[in-house]
Design a protein around this ligand. Structure first.
Ligand SMILES: Nc1ncnc2c1ncn2[C@@H]1O[C@H](COP(=O)(O)OP(=O)(O)O)[C@@H](O)[C@H]1O
Ligand SMILES: [Mg+2]
Length: 389
């Protein structure tokens, strides 16, 4: 009796052959690949009943391979067994959606066969595999420079981290050619988006990004700083940015991205995969006009209004356009209005201190806290809507 089809992905020929023979002897049909990329093609084309892979693939990181399987509808729920080298990897792989993790050894054969039986058996008492959800992705963008995008991004990220101390938060600065987040939070280390993008892809794993990114007590979040200067920006390996942002989503619960005003192809995947987009608008006609263009672009890219969090930031002293006028011109509800803070905002930035710590009793602090909790609930709601669609 044929008991089901198993895809074996293992770059070691001897071990791959061994596994195939073993499984065929036990009555399973097999399909095999020595490379992760080919394995993905087979997995999505042939829809095996179970996938068994060795974490040490020659072309893709084991976590990246698993992530790709779990984030595709065709394999989101396929039982997956990971064969690895160290029990320390187990938690990571289980968290990323593996049903079973086994350390590869001769003794593991009975365990493996038992696990396969249980996973393929309909009444198995195993928890159903969960597709990887990943953290909530929240990019900040604006139509114009000097709108307060970077300042609001870090201050809202800080407020959310404070409200949810058990969650892991990261801020990614993707503004080129010079990111300003590092200067605001007071970071001058060497780890940044450019340096990480030049690493081999298989080394850029969720576990690595969880460990390697600095965190401040004052700001509460981890930081993946942007390019410190135009010279370094030229070395950015743009093709790796999407992978980096996916791995950040696996490693962290909330991922804030300072996108700034450049809606380049580099950040398009981040915009499209965002749970919620913070759109920062200043109170002048030019900003509103440019924002209208951005909204049109977002619409074309399939971003609907419930994924937008429009923020009116009064960066300059005079009244400018009213909130009601802006809402009318953009046909959108403003979710947060930040008053003009005079020199206070720049002062806090220059001292690398979050507004919530610098001016905890001011109205601005209340507004930030209120907006932070609204953002979280909107991001959660948007994700639920996306999943039920
Ligand atoms: N509501 C505000 N009141 C006063 N100054 C502000 C306000 N928001 C931002 N700023 C100041 O405006 C300047 C530009 O902010 P920044 O966050 O760098 O903007 P962007 O990232 O959009 O270019 C900073 O000096 C910041 O302190
Ligand atoms: Mg900026």
């Amino acid at each position: 009796m044929v008991k089901g089809q198993i895809l074996v992905v293992d770059s070691n020929t001897a071990s791959r052959t061994f596994l195939m023979r073993l499984l065929e002897q036990k009555g399973y049909r097999t399909l095999a690949s020595s490379l992760g990329k080919e394995g993905l093609i087979y997995a999505w084309r042939d829809r095996p009943d179970l996938i068994l892979f060795d974490s040490g693939l020659a072309d893709l990181g084991g976590e990246a391979f698993l992530y790709k399987l779990r984030s595709d509808r065709r394999t989101a729920r396929t039982p997956i067994i990971v064969l690895g080298n160290s029990p320390q990897e187990e938690a990571r792989y289980r968290e990323a959606g593996a049903n079973i993790y086994l350390v590869k050894s001769a003794e593991a054969v009975p365990l493996l066969l038992n696990a396969i039986e249980k996973l393929l058996h309909p009444d198995a008492e195993f928890e159903a595999p969960k597709p990887v959800k990943g953290g909530y992705l929240i990019p900040f963008l604006s139509a114009k420079g000097g709108t307060g995008t970077s300042s609001l991004c870090v201050n809202l990220a800080m407020a959310i981290s404070l409200q949810m101390p058990e969650a892991q938060t990261v801020v990614l600065d993707s503004v080129l050619p010079i990111g300003s987040v590092a200067a605001i939070v007071g970071y001058d280390g060497a780890t940044n988006l450019v340096s990480i993008s030049t690493m081999p892809m298989e080394q850029i794993t969720a576990a690595f990004l969880r460990e390697a990114l600095p965190k401040w007590a004052a700001w509460q979040f981890h930081l993946l700083a942007g390019s410190p200067d135009p010279q370094q920006a030229q070395q950015l390996r743009a093709e790796q940015v999407e992978h980096i942002s996916k791995m950040l989503c696996l490693a962290y619960d909330y991922i804030f991205v300072d996108v700034g005003r450049s809606l380049s192809n580099l950040v398009l995947p981040i915009i499209q995969q965002a749970d919620l987009i913070a759109l920062v608008i200043s109170a002048d006609l030019e900003a509103v006009r440019l924002t209208r263009l951005i909204l049109k672009y977002l619409q074309i890219k399939g971003v609907s209004d419930h994924r937008l969090f429009p923020i009116l930031n009064r960066v300059v002293g005079f009244e400018g356009v009213t909130k009601a006028d802006i809402e009318g011109m953009l046909n959108l509800s403003i979710r947060m209005t930040m008053p003009y803070l005079g020199g206070d905002f720049s002062l806090a930035n220059n001292q690398h201190v979050p507004l919530l710590r610098k001016f905890p009793r001011e109205t601005a602090a209340m507004i930030i806290k209120e907006a932070a909790s609204q953002m979280v609930s909107m991001a959660h709601r948007a994700r639920e809507l996306a999943e039920s669609a």
